[in-house]
Design a binder for this molecule. Structure first.
Ligand code: NAD
Length: 409
């Protein structure tokens, strides 16, 4: 992960006229905190877990990034993902830097009470380095709005005041934002529509295949369907529903409404592998990482790939698709609706003012289209891929901020 993140940084740096010392600095995290988290399990024994918070860069504002509970969480993974959050926030022009953290634990092994104790103790262990103006965690793999509510409560109790702005992705009742859940899928749909306009493909004549039917894939599919595109395939872990005449996406329950409902309700089921190779206009991999690989990239027949999931295209697949002239709109832009509405949530929390769902969606569309236009212009200027253009926009913003602020002391 860290190697890939560093490789991407040096690719982008080749197109940006910046001080090499700044690039060197950005190869490393500013700080990485490692803590031990002892908790009492329900059977009375004590187990000690390891937690991390990697803070990559904060030149443009407080650190921002998820907390994951997963057995394979490591220090390097947090640094790589934290770096990736720096670019994601910068490409969206949000006043945040990047961070990532987590606990090396299998959350499925923990009871609800154990998970709450783990979260409260982790919040306490990293309390000195987080805060609404220092570092603002959010949910990620293995964590959810309830985890964020516990985290916020633990932090607030120690601060002596309710501090909703310390985390985002909370339930709306305790300072979460309307529209946060569907935001990554909404941004995927908005950029897909922008790309279709760019290539002069009327949405009404555009066919789309979506891998995954959860928060990202399901919401993207439903919006594109509503805006006139024909969704010919959607999938869950067991396979894909396929209908060349178009699927009524509102009649298929999303993953959180009814897991694996896609294959249960499908008349015609094809495999997830076949979905990736369908002859469609747009392919949206929105389930897992590394699904477009050296093995299948030559067989992708879509004219455009929009990355809904994080990292669905391997580096080699990316090269093959570029050689074949298939544009790939990268994850750091496409699914950045999540972090953008997290920013809106933070604004609402620190101002103690709630926004309506309509306002959230309107402002999200403005931000996403503005970022998309910046990337399009950069791509035209440098004649690079959409991915490289997105990284160039992000790196330029971060590097210029470093140069203007200078090196302290
Ligand atoms: P989700 O759990 O809501 O849905 C995942 C979907 O993928 C489900 O339909 C599930 O059945 C399907 N799936 C699971 N394993 C699969 C497999 N092996 N093959 C095909 N389909 C499979 O997840 P989500 O929140 O929609 O996240 C999807 C991706 O988007 C992940 O890569 C995630 O990191 C990324 N992402 C999520 C957010 C967010 O805020 N939800 C933001 C940015 C990026």
């Amino acid at each position: 992960m860290l190697e890939t993140a560093r490789r991407q940084l040096s690719r982008a740096a080749a197109h940006v006229d910046i001080d090499p010392n700044v690039v060197e600095r950005l190869e490393h995290a500013k700080q990485v905190h490692e803590v031990t988290i002892p908790i009492e399990l329900d059977d009375g024994t004590v187990e000690v877990f390891t937690g991390y918070r990697a803070q990559h860069d904060s030149v443009r504002g407080p650190h921002k990034g998820g907390l994951r509970y997963h057995p394979e969480v490591t220090r390097d993974e947090c640094v790589g993902l934290g770096m990736w959050m720096t670019w994601k926030c910068a490409v969206m022009d949000l006043p945040f830097g990047g961070a990532k953290g987590g606990v090396a634990v299998n959350p499925k092994r923990l009871s609800r009470d154990e998970k709450e104790r783990l979260t409260r103790r982790f919040a306490q262990e990293i309390r000195d380095v987080i805060g609404p103006h220092e570092d603002i965690p959010a949910p990620d793999m293995g964590t959810d709005p309830q985890t964020m509510a516990w985290f916020m409560d633990a932090y607030s109790m120690q601060e002596g005041e309710t501090a909703p702005g310390v985390v985002t992705g909370k339930p709306p009742l305790v300072g979460g934002s309307e529209g946060r859940e569907e935001a990554p899928g909404r941004s995927v749909a908005i950029v897909t529509r922008a790309m279709c306009d760019h290539y002069d493909w009327p949405l009404a004549d555009t066919t789309v295949a979506v891998q995954g039917y959860g928060s990202v894939g399901g919401n993207a599919a439903r919006l594109l369907d509503e805006w006139g595109a024909t969704i010919v395939a959607v999938s869950d872990v067991n396979g894909a529903m396929y209908d060349p005449d178009g699927i009524d996406t509102t009649s298929v329950p999303l993953h959180d409404e009814e897991p694996e409902a896609v294959t249960d309700t499908a008349e015609q089921v094809i495999s997830n592998e076949t979905l990736l190779e369908l002859d469609v206009d747009v392919l949206i991999p929105a389930a897992l990482g590394n699904v477009l690989t050296a093995e299948n990239a030559a067989d992708v027949r879509a004219d455009l790939v929009v990355e809904g999931a994080n990292g669905p295209t391997t580096s080699r697949a990316d090269e093959i698709l570029a050689e074949r002239g298939v544009p790939v709109l990268p994850d750091i832009l496409a699914n950045a609706g999540g972090v953008t509405v997290s920013y809106f949530e933070w604004l609402q929390d620190i101002n103690r003012r709630t926004w309506s769902r309509e306002r959230v969606n309107e402002e999200l569309e403005t931000e996403v289209l503005s970022a998309w236009r910046a990337v399009r212009d950069e791509r035209e200027r440098h004649d690079v891929t959409w991915r490289d253009a997105a990284y160039v926009v992000a790196l330029q913003r971060v590097a210029e901020a470093h140069e203007i602020r200078g090196l302290w002391p």
